[in-house]
Design a protein around this ligand. Structure first.
Ligand code: ATP
Ligand code: MG
Length: 368
């Protein structure tokens, strides 16, 4: 799977651009504030329907315009597709594949998969549990359609249970809370199991990648930390334990006016050399760990779908030492990769790979 042409109209600092890409490694270089990250953002938008920089998608429309367009020609094994996104200041976003309207994000992703790594991704380790939960939920949803449905149902029932708790009734509606407890525990079990399974898969790849990436200096592990206490990764047991705990916590939940146990409060620990990276990891260790996770995601997607996603690496090289740079570069053989940098000499040895360089200057490009 690869993208061979991108058209941008009034997208960020690009007024009108048609650019062709190389199926292997595209090195996007140029000074600061020229539009390198904007270009990766546009490519990723076509794949996910979202920006990796902002949740306010209208920010992507050029300051002086009301509408923006992103169109990508994507090549699969035996298909060619035109994927288009239209943004409008006054209307909601429109997405089309080969001229047909597409409603959900998964449909875009099924046609064009990408994995992005940007400097802000270090927040995956630094920030609170919700960032890690979102990451993992997104990953599962993109591979398994029923997961998103179950997650939405869980959140809806959770919202209803919390509303009930907020009413602070002296005699709470027993029947109703029991129904919520039961429904929540069933869905909680599915969600927890799916998360643990994907984490195990991701860990298999991460172990190998990370030990090579760090020249055997670091061992990485992931641990699913659940607020529901259970012994075995067994759906029935998790369901029963969730139900039991929801009942036990009822009084405390009433005081707190919110539900305090369940997958919406769970976390994922990223452990390097037996220590929690969030607490003890250096800046470089955290960055490398996130990069390992993203590279594992590439392998996981290949494994699950039989196709490699494209890889978007925004400013990755600045904090990596020479060994890590060179190891990273060896991984790109099968994957269409986009690398942004201000300095083409800083990206290590790419001499054995097929590369092309694209210079970005003030929202236009110069190919060399
Ligand atoms: N909606 C917008 N309309 C017009 N210009 C925008 C918009 N959003 C961002 N820009 C401009 O795009 C420019 C470049 O952004 P970008 O982040 O792509 O730079 P970059 O080449 O990645 O730089 P760096 O090397 O510093 O990361 C900035 O000057 C910014 O002001
Ligand atoms: Mg940038």
């Amino acid at each position: 799977m690869n993208i061979y042409e991108l058209r941008l109209i009034n997208f960020r600092n690009y007024y009108n651009l048609t650019i062709e890409f190389f199926p292997y490694i595209n090195i996007i270089y140029g000074d600061n504030a020229q539009g390198k990250t904007n270009l990766l953002e546009a490519i990723n938008l076509v794949s996910t329907g979202k920006s990796f920089r902002t949740s306010r998608e209208k920010e992507m429309i050029n300051f002086n315009k009301d509408k923006a367009y992103v169109g990508a020609k994507v090549l699969g094994e035996n298909f060619e597709k035109l994927i288009e996104i239209k943004l409008d200041k006054n209307y909601s976003k429109k997405q089309r594949i080969n001229g047909k309207d597409v409603k959900n994000q998964k449909e875009l992703y099924d046609n064009f998969k990408s994995v992005v790594f940007s400097p802000d991704d270090i927040n995956l380790i630094k920030d609170g549990p919700n960032v890690r939960r979102n990451y993992i939920d997104n990953l599962i949803s993109n591979l398994k359609p029923t997961y998103q449905y179950n997650l939405n149902r869980y959140n809806k029932i959770l919202f209803q249970r919390n509303n009930l708790l907020k009413q602070n009734l002296i005699k709470i509606d027993r029947n109703l809370i029991d129904i919520f407890n039961l429904q929540l525990s069933k869905l909680a079990s599915t969600i927890i199991i799916e998360r643990m399974l994907i984490l195990e898969r991701l860990e298999e790849f991460s172990k190998v990648i990370h030990s090579e990436f760090t020249a055997n200096q670091e061992k990485i592990k992931f641990q699913y930390f659940s607020t529901v206490k259970f012994d075995k990764k067994d759906p029935i047991e998790i369901q029963e334990k969730t139900l039991k705990m929801l009942r036990e916590y009822e009084k405390m939940d009433l005081e707190a006016k919110t539900t305090q146990i369940g997958p919406h409060r769970d976390d994922i620990f990223i452990i390097i050399n037996e220590k929690d990276a969030r607490v003890f990891g250096s800046q470089g260790q955290k960055r490398s760990a996130v990069l390992t996770i993203k590279l594992s995601e590439v392998e996981l997607i290949k494994n699950e779908t039989n196709h490699y996603p494209i890889l978007l690496l925004d400013d990755v090289y600045s904090e990596l030492d020479e060994n890590r740079k060179n190891y990273l570069n060896r991984l790109f053989k099968n994957v269409q990769t986009f690398i942004t940098t201000t300095d083409v000499n800083s990206i290590g040895d790419l001499s054995s790979l097929e590369t092309t360089k694209i210079k970005i200057e003030d929202g236009t490009y110069i190919k060399s």
